[in-house]
Design a protein around this ligand. Structure first.
Ligand code: SF4
Length: 428
């Protein structure tokens, strides 16, 4: 954080006035955390607003919290900690608002099996998070005979009734954002990036790539007002996609409304000792090879345990067939990262049934973080008092040792180690 009083990076190597201007590196770290959390809230609130929903409390916190980060307005460590936890509370409101907006517009998600094959004919690949963009694309492409394939965080769209009713929503292609360059190069149709996380495209496909809404890329055509005619025209001008059989079939759509509809079955399985534990393994994906931890972890989860997932971190393991316990799939994909709201709803409902706190449930959280939304979700979990969360693959660099220490001390937050060691510690 740059301090406009001492004109140095506060608390950094060039700062000679720590203790005078009061912006020590821990306050700088908390302000960075707050700003990252606000960016996450902004993303969710933006999507909700596009669907006509807004929340005065979310808006006013955004202004107040951002104001707090001015260089010469707040020098108190404890109030920064309060603000960071409040950011988690407001993010919960934002995720709830977005979930309600999505469900009221597109219906309540239901489990869906999603093909990864190609149908013959022109095709468009859509990536990002914005379901309204997808809806409009499907609506405009359907009469033109153009098929639409989802990529990355768009996979859960197949579970929403008002989206899956389109006959031209035909499948899913590819995995998480960091594989875009390879996957987009190999996808033979047009490509549309709707939100984060888009990467600067390679020359090989940038003439058939488009962005819309908040996403903008250099030398890539940008669509305004959800008029996707140029994307559809481009798809029709390219060689039609050849027929390709599905290899992997993904299952998604375990939104909390569905999971709670089978809560009785889940509770019975827990009481009968058939389900020993739930693991929430999810979050953001990234390129680091150490993220293979999450694949190995899920592979090693005992057969009497259920894995809940969300976000694009699932592409480390959602191709695995984990089977079922009494008809309950052992891998429940709740959706996009904002569907952390669903996971929280399920945890709260189960804690009521079992008459215990969320921390006393047979539930462990093993999260992967990468970008701003993951920060806001982590703050939400801390605001809710959730303890014993494991995060990886590394500690966020914006947390100073002191700030990380306070979080670890108060919330028993842990960094991942090895799948064997962590499972041993969790399962005892
Ligand atoms: S889950 Fe996180 S990393 Fe993945 S696409 Fe969404 S915002 Fe990006």
């Amino acid at each position: 954080m740059f301090c406009y009083q001492c004109e140095q990076t506060a608390g950094g190597t060039g700062c000679t006035k720590v203790g005078v201007c009061g912006k020590n590196e821990d306050i700088a770290s908390l302000q960075d955390t707050l700003i990252l959390g606000l960016k996450g809230i902004a993303a969710y609130a933006y999507h909700a607003r596009e669907l006509g929903a807004h929340d005065e409390q979310v808006d006013s916190f955004m202004h107040e919290a951002l104001f707090t980060t001015l260089s010469n307005v707040n020098f108190d460590l404890n109030s920064h900690i309060e603000k960071v936890l409040k950011c988690g509370e407001i993010n919960l409101r934002a995720m709830e608002m977005l979930d309600k907006a999505n469900v009221s517009r597109f219906g309540s998600p239901e489990p869906a099996k999603v093909s990864t094959g190609f149908r013959p004919g022109p095709g468009i690949l859509i990536t990002g998070h914005d379901l309204l963009d997808l809806y409009e694309l499907l609506r405009q492409a359907e009469p033109e005979g153009v098929n639409v394939y989802t990529h990355c965080e768009m996979l859960p769209a197949h579970a929403y009734p008002e989206l899956k009713k389109f006959k031209n929503l035909v499948g899913h292609y590819g995995s998480a954002w960091q594989n875009q360059k390879k996957e987009f190069e190999e996808f033979p149709g047009a490509i549309l990036g709707t939100t984060n996380c888009v990467l600067i495209p390679k020359d090989s496909y940038k003439d058939r790539m488009f962005t819309c809404g908040i996403a903008v890329l250099p030398e890539v055509a940008h669509i305004k007002n959800r008029d996707f005619s140029a994307v559809i025209k481009k798809a029709k001008s390219l060689q039609p996609l050849p027929e390709k059989a599905a290899g992997t079939v993904f299952t998604t759509g375990f939104h909390h409304n569905f999971v709670l509809s089978i809560a009785g079955k889940i509770v019975d399985a827990v009481k009968a000792g058939k389900i020993r534990r739930f693991f929430l393994v999810g979050g953001c994906e990234g390129a680091k090879t150490s993220r293979s931890y999450y694949t190995e972890f899920v592979q090693k989860v005992p057969k009497d345990c259920v894995v809940i997932t969300l976000g694009c971190g699932k592409y480390r393991f959602n191709h695995l067939d984990l089977g079922e316990i009494d008809g309950i799939p052992r891998l429940l994909d709740m959706g996009q990262c904002n569907n952390a709201y669903s996971a929280i709803q399920v945890a709260v409902a189960l804690s009521k049934v079992f008459n215990c706190g969320v921390n006393d449930l047979p539930l462990s959280l093993v999260l992967s973080w990468f970008e701003q939304k993951a920060v806001s979700i982590l703050l939400t979990l801390l605001h809710l008092g959730v303890k014993n969360i494991r995060v990886g693959p590394t500690a966020p660099a914006f947390l100073t040792p002191n700030v990380l220490g306070v979080i670890q001390q108060n919330f028993d937050l842990k960094l991942i180690t090895t799948p064997d060691q962590d499972l041993k510690e969790i399962l005892g």
